[in-house]
Design a protein around this ligand. Sequence first.
Ligand SMILES: NC(=O)c1ccc[n+]([C@@H]2O[C@H](COP(=O)([O-])OP(=O)(O)OC[C@H]3O[C@@H](n4cnc5c(N)ncnc54)[C@H](O)[C@@H]3O)[C@@H](O)[C@H]2O)c1
Length: 284
Amino acid sequence: MNPSTTPPPNVQNNSPRFDLDGRVALVTGAGANGGIGHALALGLARAGARVAIADIDADGLAQTARELAAIGPAPLARVVDIADSAAVDALFAALDADIGRLDILVNVPFAFPARVRPHELAAADWERMLAVNLTGYFLCCQAALRRMLAAGQGSIINIGSNAGESALGRGALPYGCTKAAVHQMTRELAVEYAGAGIRVNAILPAQTLTPGLRGHLDNPRFRDHVLPRILAGLPQGRLLDPKDYVGPAIFLASDAARAVNGVLLPVDGGNLAMNAGGSHTWPA
Ligand SMILES: NC(=O)c1ccc[n+]([C@@H]2O[C@H](COP(=O)([O-])OP(=O)(O)OC[C@H]3O[C@@H](n4cnc5c(N)ncnc54)[C@H](O)[C@@H]3O)[C@@H](O)[C@H]2O)c1
């Protein structure tokens, strides 16, 4: 048979499945209780995956580990700064030693140390955002790819942002630049490794009710001026919920998405679809 018409071994004679039974997933940035990484770690575990977690925050990580242990096996949980290449190497070495395989990598952390106008941004804050949001994602992708190449399969999901596709303003320049770069990294890796059975996709969230955003709700300036503006850009009329990303992540990680590769999937209630000058409400 012509090789270009031959389905790969993992695709032959099966119907695509959404469950993650028997898969091993690593979720970085899973330590913020109520954050997106936390929701994804628990969601992948409930879909059947054995989930390992990493985060820079030891207390949050321990909390997520306890919750995962109530769903399945006690997880591998490592305190790691993903911008530190030696720490990333140690994380993956621990994964090799403890579990010995990796099917799914989900990159979630982000740094956003300063929300200031671009001309006032300190060089160190610019560097930190690049180090965590871009280099850290690359280091984890690289380590995962080495294992996935040896196994001949794998799925990587990078968490991007609507801020990488359109401009947020409000001091988001360096954050948006790093997210745009993650989107391009996702496409490049997807193309580079498509022939090796590895898929690389990104989920692009919009403004989500995480602990970080919840903390701003007490600030009247944010509540009365910024929040209405954010909601006007969300056609569903609500902030996203961390659990909104679980279904899309399970899909992208599973065989059901076996031909989905290099996709930047907005999970944003229609935010990126909407024209900024348009109206999604009818006059009363
Ligand atoms: N929350 C939103 O409104 C929103 C919108 C668009 C995109 N996103 C993206 O979604 C992802 C999750 O956002 P969230 O709001 O749930 O964040 P979060 O703060 O709830 O979780 C991020 C986690 O990453 C960890 N972390 C930070 N730096 C780290 C590092 N160097 N190494 C390892 N772990 C580190 C934090 O301790 C935290 O547990 C981020 O990539 C963010 O850019 C979020």
